[in-house]
Design a protein around this ligand. Structure first.
Ligand code: SAH
Ligand code: SF4
Ligand code: F3S
Length: 465
């Protein structure tokens, strides 16, 4: 079991090679180049792909280093304090940008949250634009190209979504596709409703058209994205439900794997499980963030479900015919969380037996109602709880993965470790499988792999020819 790469299930893939792109490049900016650095979740990663598409269509060239770029964008994340701080540290590296004739732009959740105060903190920044205003990007770029010193896109009360036919996808194997933007929940710890605005769904026709285009350009796997993806409601007269859309996407000829993230427990229905059971192209993995195992803390978090309600949804998933893997997000050290309440989260971990957990120490955030709640948990205590949780979850994952030894799975290959002479792929349940094969090139192919070993975060096996 040694020598394989072990990274968490569900983590973002490293940047892959750029997919070929048939854009008619405008001549106005020939020679000008851009660079985008992305922080945060898959939605941000995908937004960067859309922004890159807009820039390429305007004639900019994409480069892999900020040093070589005329235009440098940071697409930022504000979910925890550390994530937001990282951006300001990074911006500090560019204080001489003006002298170097570089345009620096801040996009994403920190842009929306901090707004024009970013210009004060980092006066060399020339664009601040939140994700709900990306439709304005061409206009903002016009302003910069015409010599305007500073431009902003900070409008939140929009019911528009950012759709573009010129998205430049980074990952040639798995295509991200946003079906719903923003969030209408109001979890007391969370910045997202403030940074991404109100919930708005894309029309089913536009989604299905994009899925067909993905198949035409060679994709066989799509991941539908939304902060509460299963709250999707088709705004067009067709009025498709989330499950109807899932089934329609899975029926697009040539689409072999359909994933979706993140599901909110409140909107999680039995029909979703039934759809997965009846439709092989729907992947057997559900990410269902619980946040806490304590009813009192869930109430304080304004999560809108109880522990028992959550567990009854887990029961639906566990009683499915397919072995659906389940992952979650957990926050430890929410204000006032007692030792006994933390123990309830630990007991929930035992009951559910997750295949993966993303656990975080609570971080107070601006504009959220939990920010000023009393009884903050000391940092060391949060770290202690996080370590206890992660260590127990690691044991659970080792046991769950070892149970798979000897079984065979289909892996879609998305990487290669040349030094180890191994290929890396994902099962439909989103497990990472590293395996050996006599084949020359397997990238993008579906391979049958027999599992020979298992760690907490990945499996290792052998290609069955
Ligand atoms: N929309 C998703 C999650 C969005 S953010 C949902 O409702 O589940 C991703 C995860 O970051 C959350 O699930 C939560 O576990 C964590 N998170 C969000 N705000 C946080 C905060 N203030 N401190 C610590 N973790 C936080
Ligand atoms: Fe944040 Fe809650 Fe919305 Fe998720 S559902 S994005 S945690 S407010
Ligand atoms: Fe971060 Fe914004 Fe995503 S805060 S997690 S980039 S929605």
């Amino acid at each position: 079991m040694s020598g394989h790469i072990d990274i968490p299930i569900g983590s973002l893939l490293p940047k892959g090679p750029l997919t070929p792109c048939a854009l008619s490049v405008a001549s106005a900016n020939s020679g000008r180049s851009f660079y985008i650095e992305t922080f945060g979740c898959q939605m941000n990663a995908h937004d960067s792909e859309k922004v890159a598409g807009v820039l390429l269509a305007r004639g900019y060239r994409q480069v892999e280093s900020a040093v070589d770029a005329d235009l440098v964008f940071f697409n930022t994340c504000s979910i925890r304090e550390k994530a937001a701080q990282k951006v300001f540290t990074r911006l500090g590296d560019f204080r001489d940008a003006r002298g170097e004739n570089k345009i620096i732009g801040v996009l994403g959740c920190v842009a929306q949250q901090e707004g024009e105060s970013i210009f004060k903190r980092a006066p060399w920044v020339r664009m601040v634009c939140g994700s709900a205003s990306y439709r304005k990007l061409p206009e903002l770029l016009d302003g910069l190209e015409a010599g305007q010193t500073r431009v902003t896109g900070l409008d939140l009360d929009t019911d528009e979504t950012f759709e573009t036919e010129i998205t430049r996808r980074d990952n040639p194997i798995r295509a991200y596709l946003t079906i719903i933007e923003g969030c209408d929940y109001a979890c007391s710890y969370c910045v997202v409703p403030h940074t991404r605005g109100p919930q708005r769904s894309r029309s089913s026709a536009a989604v299905l058209e994009e899925v067909r285009r993905l198949v035409d350009s060679g994709y066989t796997e799509v991941q539908l994205l939304g902060q509460t993806v299963n709250s999707y409601r088709d705004p067009s007269p067709r009025g498709m439900s989330f499950v109807e859309l899932l089934l329609a996407v899975a029926e697009v000829p040539g689409m072999r794997r359909v994933r979706f993230t993140t599901s909110h427990p409140n909107d999680f229905t039995r029909e979703i499980v039934e759809a997965i059971d009846s439709t092989p192209a729907l992947c057997d993995h559900i990410h269902l963030p619980v946040q806490s195992g304590s009813d009192r803390i869930l109430k304080q978090m304004l999560r809108t479900y109880s522990r028992d309600e959550y567990l009854s949804k887990i029961d639906w998933i566990r009683s499915a015919r397919r072995p659906i893997s389940i992952t979650t997000d957990i926050i430890v050290g929410f204000p006032g969380e007692t030792e006994a309440e933390f123990a309830e989260t630990m007991s929930l971990l035992e009951s559910v037996q997750y295949d993966g957990v993303f656990a975080f120490k609570y971080s107070p955030r601006p504009n959220t109602s939990a920010k000023d709640m009393p009884d903050a948990i000391p940092e060391e205590e949060k770290s202690r709880r996080l370590a206890i949780l992660q260590s127990r979850q690691r044991e659970i994952q080792i046991a769950r993965n070892q149970f798979l030894i000897g079984m065979e799975f289909e892996a879609l290959v998305d990487g290669r470790h040349a030094a180890r002479n191994q290929w890396a792929g994902r099962t439909t349940s989103n497990r990472i499988v590293n395996f050996t094969s006599p084949e020359e090139n397997l990238l993008g192919q579906y391979c049958q792999v027999k599992i020979a070993g298992a760690g907490p975060n990945s499996l290792v096996g052998e290609h069955l020819a």
